[in-house]
Design a protein around this ligand. Structure first.
Ligand SMILES: [Zn+2]
Length: 505
């Protein structure tokens, strides 16, 4: 049996199947029941909210031979023909691909014909905003002289592109984003029907990320099920959506709010290695921050739980000291970073800078001040202990390098500090410092060449090493493919083997 995507399998078959959109289903069902429906409809709303499905159910209902309280019966000849795609009188047109005036002219000719075997001929025109001006004019003529047995259902995601003359002739329905409760209810129905065990938290996460579109929620559910061998747990959903999860978001943000920049940055490093998307990380941070802000603003626990999508109360202890004003500032900062992400040349750097800036705001800053004093003292002690000699011995280079890193950090260049500390200082030749990164470390090398960092770097080097030295960052090359190495090794072995044989002789 071929696999059918969940969103196809669970396409609504009657008005009761729709998640949300109750005002629309109530109205259409009533019109079918009382035979009071019109000739032209316009369904407007974002993608994935059920416009086309609604158009199909409505077409089926008005043609049903035995409608049940306005719903199609799904048993009569007309309904069955519909389910088998054999219903000749319901014609779907995708205006995105049929935007020619000829198609609409043809439609105009044909629409005067009586239905082939049904009560009504229905034209569903998807993405109607894509029609050309001429095609709209032809459509308008058709709508102006409606035939009794023809119904038009136009669907659009961009209402503002529809001419006023068309709008004024249609009954208009606006499809809303489906809210979480309705979405979760629909997903529960699907999961139960599929015999899948699920955690309600998993469904809530899916709903959060579906942006109000049931189709997207079901597609993500499909993806999760196929990746997790049919288990619909919170963890499985997070993995399939590439999400961090609340615990790790909490680790990251509590590091930020307590000014532990190094922890925050290395946490990001771990997260990046797992292949998470920067955009997703920021989204999760924002969602967490929003929930955190709500705990400061809404003291009533019940009302709080209505407005946040997860139990933030499990995490609030780490943020007791953090004030609402600071959270707002950090939200603004992350939000701005998120919006600019598309244009960022190095998205990872944008994220790191946002974390560093956030850590420096308010509470975090005080901690940095304390750290500065401590580090300053340390450096003074080192300076007293070991004055810089004129010629630094290669073996002493790492010690001075460490001292220089502290200097950079003390000067407040946290990201530069982070970049430098990932490398390994190897040797000096005259006035050259060579900083080696592991294979794949091009990111650090590229960042270290940023003009913004050159001045603080020169200054710190001059201060600690006592003279100007040039730093050469370099990423090591990945080893050659194994087969090459093996053959070299084999040759060597063969050679050594020959030598041994010679010796024996
Ligand atoms: Zn029927």
């Amino acid at each position: 049996m071929s696999y059918l995507a969940l969103y196809r399998k669970y396409r609504p078959v009657d008005f009761d199947d729709f998640a949300g959109q109750t005002e629309i289903t109530d109205s259409l069902r009533y019109q079918v029941k009382t035979l009071s429906f019109g000739h032209s409809y316009l369904f407007n709303g974002i993608r994935g909210t059920g416009k086309t499905s609604m158009a199909k159910v409505f077409s089926k209902a008005i043609n049903c031979l035995d409608p049940q309280e306005g719903n199609p019966c799904n048993r009569c000849a007309s309904c069955l023909a519909f389910e088998n795609n054999a219903q000749m009188d319901v014609i779907e047109i995708d205006a995105a691909s049929n935007n020619g005036v000829d198609d609409i002219r043809e439609l105009r000719e044909n629409s005067h014909f009586v239905p082939a075997g049904s009560k009504y001929k229905v034209y569903i025109i998807d993405e109607v905003q894509m029609l050309s001006k001429e095609a709209f004019n032809a459509l308008l003529k058709t709508l102006e002289e409606p035939s009794k047995q023809v119904v038009f259902i136009l669907a659009t995601t961009e209402l503002h592109k529809i001419p006023e003359t068309i709008l004024s002739r249609c009954q208009r329905y606006t499809f809303r984003r489906v809210d979480q409760a309705a979405m979760v209810e629909r997903m529960e129905y699907v999961a139960q029907n599929e015999g899948v065990e699920y955690e309600i938290g998993a469904l809530k996460i899916l709903s959060d990320h579906a942006g109000g579109a049931v189709r997207d929620a079901l597609s993500m559910m499909d993806k999760t099920l196929s990746l997790s061998q049919g288990r619909l747990t919170e963890q499985a959903v997070r993995t399939s959506l590439g999400l961090l999860g609340r615990e790790r978001t909490d680790q990251l943000l509590s590091a930020v709010f307590s000014g532990r920049i190094d922890d925050a940055v290395s946490e990001i490093d771990d997260i990046m290695r797992e292949g998470k998307e920067i955009g997703n990380i920021l989204e999760e941070c924002l969602d967490f921050l929003r929930a955190l802000l709500m705990t400061k603003l809404i003291p009533n626990r019940q009302r709080l739980e209505q407005v946040v999508s997860f139990s933030i109360l499990d995490f609030v202890d780490n943020y007791r000291e953090v004030e609402a004003g600071l959270i707002q500032q950090v939200i603004d900062l992350f939000d701005e970073t998120y919006r600019k992400l598309r244009f960022a040349s190095l998205p990872r750097l944008s994220l790191e800078m946002a974390l560093i800036r956030a850590a420096q705001m308010g509470h975090g800053m005080e901690q940095l001040e304390v750290k500065k004093v401590v580090e300053k003292r340390k450096i003074e002690v080192i300076k007293e202990e070991a004055p810089v000699p004129d010629v630094i011995q290669p073996k002493d280079v790492p010690m001075y390098w460490e001292r220089m890193l502290r200097q950079i950090r003390e000067d407040g260049h946290q990201h530069l500090f982070f970049l430098l500390s990932e490398g390994k200082i190897e040797k000096t030749e005259n006035d050259l410092l060579s900083l080696k990164f592991e294979p794949g470390g091009e990111y650090y090398v590229k960042n270290l060449q940023d003009p913004e960092y050159q001045k603080p770097l020169r200054q710190a080097i001059a201060k600690v090493f006592g003279k100007d030295m040039r730093l050469i960052p370099e990423a090591e090359k990945a080893p050659e493919p194994e087969t090459q190495e093996l053959s070299d090794l084999d040759m060597l072995k063969a050679f050594v083997g020959d030598v041994e044989k010679l010796k024996i002789k």
